[in-house]
Design a protein around this ligand. Structure first.
Ligand code: KIV
Length: 287
């Protein structure tokens, strides 16, 4: 099966074929998403809050991202694997950004990296792209800036903010990004940004006019309890299916209904008969 490439995503923008992106954090789900034909698997730093139980993405380290990205990369044969650069892995300076992006590609087999922000990270993007590592940008609500943004999730609602976002998107394209995630941006603004750049935009809470869509896998599978942002659509209720299956298992273990003969191994008849004659059993020597 042909791997999805950066060029293929660019072609999709040209032809209007919409790009599918989902988060993945481990081998079995990566394999399922790959088999289902998802174009891009994003090993998001959302692994921190979605899988590791942190309050937000800030505690996620390079080691965590390397561990999860490598597992995802082992599970795919077609999808493009993009790894998030975690908080403080690219903000200090461009050389450190390049070193860390290089680790995600070399040690964990990511094919591209994603980092958050506009003007302040342009130097880092340049440096990483120059080294031959494709970079996905991320504008709008940027979760690594949660302490600055606070609870105001939707970005670009004022004229000034909207124009600044359009400008940032163009700067990211000029810096060499191959695509841009637009998170929690009003739909009309996301449509204008999508028109104003030549690279694909991938929306999350950014309306239908982006070149593709990304969501967090656990959100669409109903595995995040009551947490359901407005932009998420639930396609399954796996959380309740898991709870039900585990309750069934526990009930059957407690009642003795599991395991039965179908789940057990049998001895050959003559060995079973020998063992049944008690004198054949080795004595335990006591000291
Ligand atoms: O970390 C993540 O999952 C993301 C997506 C929400 C775009 O950055």
């Amino acid at each position: 099966m042909k791997r999805v490439t950066i060029d293929a995503l660019q072609t999709m923008k040209g032809t209007g074929e919409l790009i599918t992106v989902l988060t993945a954090y481990d081998f079995p789900t990566a394999r399922l998403l790959d088999e289902a034909g998802i174009d891009v698997l994003l090993v998001g730093d959302s692994v921190g809050n979605v899988v590791l139980g942190y309050e937000n993405t800030l505690p996620v380290t390079m080691e965590v991202m390397l561990h999860h990205t490598a597992a995802v990369a082992r599970g795919v044969s077609r999808s493009l694997v993009v790894a998030d650069m975690p908080f403080m892995s690219y903000q200090v300076d461009a050389s450190e950004a390049l070193r860390n992006a290089g680790r995600l590609v070399q040690e964990a087999r990511a094919q591209a990296v994603k980092l958050e922000g506009g003007e302040p990270v342009l130097k880092a993007i340049h440096r990483v792209v120059e080294a031959g590592i494709p970079v996905m940008g991320h504008l709008g609500y940027t979760p690594q800036s949660v302490n600055q943004l606070g609870s105001r999730v939707v970005q670009g609602r004022t004229r000034k903010e909207a124009l600044a976002l359009v400008e940032s998107a163009q700067q990211l394209e000029e810096a060499g990004c191959f695509s841009i995630v637009l998170e929690c941006v009003p739909a009309q603004l996301a449509a204008q940004i999508t028109e104003s750049v030549g690279i694909p935009t991938i929306g999350i809470g950014a309306g239908a006019q982006c070149d593709g869509q990304v969501l967090v896998l656990h959100d669409i599978l109903g595995m995040t309890g009551d947490f359901k942002p407005k932009f998420v659509k639930r396609y399954a209720d796996i959380g309740n299916a898991v709870r039900q299956a585990v309750e069934d298992y526990a009930r059957e273990v407690r009642s003795g209904a599991f395991p039965n003969g179908m789940h057990s191994f049998a001895l050959p008849e003559e060995v079973a008969a020998d063992l049944a004659r008690k004198e054949e059993l080795p004595r335990i020597r006591r000291v």
